[in-house]
Design a protein around this ligand. Structure first.
Ligand code: NDP
Length: 394
């Protein structure tokens, strides 16, 4: 499989680019790097518009360049970096160029479809890509996997579930695998009634019981759309048919996911719920590194519990199955509609349950086109966003 390949570096120091360095995953990556800065050479850091944090990170780690996607922030970035020798740049194109710059290891941690161009650019030049940005595989899975194979790039999943599966997946004998079991915390509304869910505010929905994450993925966890996107991600990444991917609710988030083999063996990866474990795994891969993650103390936790997801309360998992069945651009349209709906919910323009209503309407209300190239993908993405906006307006 293309995902298992040797990291391409002869350098003593691993050359690093972080796309989305100011986000939750980006900051946790920097937390690890800053603990042993001599082991790394920083090539580029990118943000959307958080210049203050980007500048702080750049002064700490001294990358060759720092980039903001929002062009209106260019002057303040340039001024703040004056005299540091760090090149400042702005615009979506500059973010893509940062991904093209010569680094061994690229952390893809931009949120949403905005992460696609950079991730694809890094894949094209055969880099090792640690991807948090699940939307790339959800939207462009077959195109991305083809590109990775052709360019000899390496994909390392940072999503804790996929990272767990990656650690226990027998790539030499994938035919021995019966199914992947993705665990899910169940989110903040696991025990909330549908009636109460309808009244939930963005502030309540964003409060994840276990993980501390960016706003979009936190809302996705509350609707279980995050798990739906992860099922699609796993389908493309591990090349497993949808019917061999199950979801199991495990509120303690200690078992990060499992692989069941044909002989009945189930291999799981466990750890404290802290993203610095999967990030550290990818940063050191194929070696292992020390992390400050609290050690797992199972006796203190006492018991681990499991339940099946409730398909009536959380229809998102069904959307994932339908999108994979439709194929082509359907997963991208579902993901685009969801991005728009989540933003509208965060902006208080719609209620919590409207997110699923919009996602389902966009998924069912349009035909999926075969995913032949990026232009088809762009058109599908635009159409889904327009349709979602129209539904929000209503
Ligand atoms: P955040 O919202 O915390 O951070 C997003 C990052 O992307 C920020 O650096 C932000 O910049 C940047 N960004 C946002 N929009 C754009 C844009 N249009 N162009 C360029 N850069 C942009 O997200 P998370 O770190 O939570 O998540 C990032 C990705 O990782 C998502 O795909 C998520 O699903 C995935 N993920 C996250 C996990 C987590 O624990 N947080 C766990 C597993 C996966 P700025 O700060 O300037 O806005």
């Amino acid at each position: 499989m293309t995902v298992v390949q040797k990291i391409k570096t002869n350098a003593a120091k691993r050359k690093i680019t972080i796309l989305g360095s100011t986000g939750s995953v980006g900051q946790q990556t920097i937390d690890l790097i800053a603990r042993s800065p001599d082991a790394y050479e920083m090539v580029a850091l990118t943000a959307n518009k958080n210049v203050a944090l980007l500048v702080e990170q750049a002064k700490l780690l001294k990358p060759a360049m720092a980039v903001v996607a929002d062009e209106s922030q260019y002057a303040s970035l340039k001024d703040a970096l004056a005299g540091t020798g760090i090149q400042a740049a702005a615009g979506a194109k500059a973010v893509e160029e940062a991904a093209q710059a010569d680094s061994d290891w690229v952390m893809s941690a931009i949120v949403g479809a905005a992460g696609l161009p950079g991730t694809l650019a890094a894949a094209r030049r055969g880099a090792t890509i640690t991807f948090a940005n699940k939307e790339t595989l959800v939207c462009a899975g077959p195109l991305m996997m083809k590109l990775v194979a052709e360019a000899g790039a390496t994909l390392l999943p940072v999503d804790s579930e996929h990272n767990a599966i990656y650690q226990v997946f027998d790539f030499n004998n994938p035919e021995g695998i019966a199914r992947l079991i993705l665990t899910a915390s169940g989110g903040p509304f696991r025990t909330t009634s549908r009636e109460d869910m309808a009244k939930m505010t963005a502030e309540q929905a964003v409060k994840h019981p276990v993980w501390s994450m960016g706003a979009k993925i936190s809302i996705d966890s509350a609707t279980l759309m995050n798990k739906a996107l992860e099922v699609i991600e796993a389908h493309f990444l591990f090349q497993m048919p949808p019917e061999q991917i199950d979801v199991l609710v495990h509120p303690q988030s200690v078992i990060h996911s499992m692989v069941e083999y044909r002989d009945g063996s189930v291999l799981a990866q466990m750890g404290s719920p802290d993203m610095r474990t999967p990030i550290g795994y990818c940063l050191a891969w194929p070696q292992r590194m020390e992390t400050p993650v609290p050690r797992l103390e199972l006796a203190k936790i006492g018991s681990l519990t499991f339940e099946n997801p409730d398909p009536v309360k959380f229809p998102a998992l069904r959307f994932a199955q339908e999108a994979m069945k439709k194929g082509g651009t359907a997963p991208a349209m579902l993901s685009a509609a969801n991005e728009v709906a989540v933003q509208a919910f965060l902006d208080k323009r719609i209620g919590f349950l409207d997110i699923e209503r919009i996602n389902e309407s966009v998924l069912n209300g349009s035909n999926a086109a075969p995913l032949t190239d990026l232009e088809v993908l762009r058109e599908a993405d635009e159409a889904a966003r327009a349709q979602a906006e129209e539904l929000i307006g209503k």
